[in-house]
Design a protein around this ligand. Structure first.
Ligand SMILES: [Zn+2]
Length: 184
């Protein structure tokens, strides 16, 4: 990745093109540029959230604010690409403290429930079940097979073969697959 042309340090994620120049900026520097342009100041928020899941395991989340022309986005994610990730959106003039609270609640809610149970057979073979007959998660790029994405459930990646295996006990049942926007 490129280094940021403003601070020279972080990974540049955003390319800013004006009439006269093209610059690569990191997220922080891009936030600064937009902050001036939009007259909106991002307030200091905690840069991490630590919550326990239903099994008492601690999950560490980074918190990343992002300014857009349309509003503010806050993302909380685990450092593992296939870990849990949540985001919330607010208007440019929203109460950022409230927005953070919304994110915090979403993280807490999100990890408090497990959709997949791991079971081990006497021979050591593991299999998964869906205790609530429901799966909630995220669709993510699959490096090993770009044609078929992975699904991230309970902060862990699953392929469709594994999801299919979990469906075997439901043969003959109906199902409902509904894709949601992050903010729904
Ligand atoms: Zn920078």
């Amino acid at each position: 990745m490129n280094t940021c042309s403003q601070c020279g340090k972080q990974d540049a994620m955003i390319t800013l093109t004006t009439e006269t120049e093209q610059r690569s900026l990191c997220r922080d520097c891009y936030n600064e540029v937009l902050s001036i342009e939009l007259g909106v100041q991002l307030i200091d928020l905690p840069d991490s959230i630590i919550v326990k899941d239903s099994e008492g395991i601690r999950h560490y989340f980074y918190v990343r604010p992002e300014l857009f022309h349309q509003g503010i986005r806050l993302e909380a994610g685990e450092n593992d690409f296939y870990g849990y990730r949540f985001e919330v959106f607010g208007e440019l003039d929203c109460d950022q403290q409230e927005l953070f609270q919304k994110l915090y609640d979403k993280v807490k809610d999100g990890v408090s429930r497990k959709y997949i149970n791991q079971k081990v057979l006497p021979g050591g073979h593991t299999y998964q079940t869906m205790p609530d007959d429901e799966l909630v998660g995220r669709i993510e790029y699959n490096e090993e097979d770009p044609d078929v994405p992975l699904v991230i459930i309970d902060g862990k990646p699953y392929n469709w073969e594994e999801i299919g295996n979990m469906m075997r006990s439901y043969e003959g049942f109906q199902f409902h697959l509904h894709i949601l926007n992050e903010d729904e």
